[in-house]
Design a protein around this ligand. Structure first.
Ligand SMILES: [Zn+2]
Length: 400
């Protein structure tokens, strides 16, 4: 069981210098993705896992040069296994002149660590390392195993990121926290999304005789607003569902009436609708427009991305463990929030590898991908504390 003295013992071992140092070391190892140059940061993560005394340290590599670095803090008993993971890759810093401090120097100023990756998500990875370090130096032995994964390819939603070691059964944990800046709030409901293309097929004509053909661009101009008129729903924590057309291509040359027009939509929505429901609604609209105006046809929906929404109830043990840890560390109540994407949690849950997962961490969400990205040192420290206490609970407690 967890008890106050065990918790206090671990918390007293969290050190500001240590978590700030881990963050700075990682920010100084740029790992911009794409293309994803992981050599320096993966070596650092692996070395740190060794220094912290983790076991079974290995690289889970689905594609050459893109290693998920994993290790485990062995528990003393048969308690449940738990996973802390954060991604090592960062987005391009953009215009270097726009930065107040060089983005890969990890300058400490005004109570913040500044630099690309500080808030997305190397500061979270540093907090997870610090949580493990504090548990180790406190002398507390967790009941279950605590797995740590420094993951690749989050920024590109790559096929061989965090989901990959789970698929390979290298991380046998049924619940996970993925480090992202959520400002200590706890996302428990996540939007679904579908990105799809549709073709409108008409009949070409000489540009001088348009009435001999069926202009696909004109038909698409009827269909697109009709798709926007689809009534979806929403969720108090996710806001309204959204429909957005992103691209359109039609016709070949100016003096031929267009035979084909292709457009692409991004639709995002809350539970309980599924992607099948969304497909059905789109096709219903398309069928209606074709039947009203029956001299053209519409091809298949081609989806390049398709995922259902995801929701974990407020009573889910993982959600409760994080909220309780935030309460103890920060003295405030965390907000339950919705998130526009479920990230790798979606795949791990859909594949049956985990029962629950969320994206959680210190730092302001708007810092991600921003110029002058930074994270408050106090947040780094509190983040490490929350990761440690949540792990203690999720691993079934610990003993000295
Ligand atoms: Zn991130």
């Amino acid at each position: 069981m967890t008890n106050t003295s065990t918790e206090e013992r671990i918390l007293s071992c969290i050190e500001e210098d240590s978590v700030v140092g881990f963050t700075r070391e990682m920010v100084r190892r740029p790992s911009i993705n794409p293309p994803g140059d992981y050599d320096a940061i993966a070596d650092y993560a692996e070395g740190l896992m060794r220094d912290l005394g983790l076991e079974d340290i290995q690289r889970s590599v689905g594609e050459a040069g893109r290693p998920n670095v994993i290790g485990v803090l062995r528990g003393a008993g048969p308690g449940p296994a738990f996973c802390l993971s954060s991604h090592m890759d960062v987005v391009d810093p953009g215009d270097l002149n726009a930065w107040r401090f060089p983005p890969f120097e990890a300058v400490v100023e005004e109570g913040f660590v500044w630099g690309r990756g500080s808030a997305d998500s190397k500061g979270m990875l540093a907090g997870m390392f610090e949580a493990v370090r504090a548990i180790q130096s406190s002398g507390v032995r967790l009941n279950g195993d605590l797995h740590l994964v420094a993951a690749v390819d989050d920024e590109t939603a790559g096929r061989y990121g965090l989901r990959y070691p789970f698929e390979k059964n290298l991380v046998p944990a049924r619940a996970a926290i993925l480090g992202e800046a959520s400002n200590f709030n706890v996302p428990h409901v996540f939007k679904g999304r579908i990105w799809f293309e549709l073709d409108v097929i008409g009949k070409s004509s000489h540009g001088a005789f348009p009435l001999d053909g069926v202009n696909a661009i004109l038909k698409a101009c009827r269909l697109i607003p009709a798709i926007y008129d689809i009534q979806l729903g929403g969720h108090p924590r996710l806001g309204d569902d959204t429909i957005s057309v992103g691209t359109i291509q039609g016709g070949s040359v100016v003096n031929v009436g267009a035979e084909k027009c292709t457009f692409a939509f991004d639709i995002r929505w809350a539970p309980p609708l599924t992607s099948q429901d969304i497909r059905a609604k789109v096709l219903e609209v398309a069928d209606r427009i074709v039947s009203e105006d029956g001299d053209f046809s519409i091809g298949e929906i081609r989806a390049s991305e398709e995922r259902d929404p995801l929701e974990f109830g407020e009573e889910t043990p993982l959600i409760q463990a994080i909220r309780s840890a935030v309460r103890k560390v920060r003295g405030t109540e965390s907000e339950l929030i919705g998130w526009y994407s479920s990230g790798e949690v979606f795949h791990m849950h859909k594949n049956g590898n985990i029962d629950a997962g969320t994206l959680f961490g210190p730092g302001e969400p708007w810092q991600a991908h921003a110029i002058n990205e930074r994270i408050a040192i106090q947040d780094l420290v509190d983040g490490a504390r929350v990761y440690a206490l949540a792990s203690l609970v999720m691993c079934g407690g610990g003993a000295v």
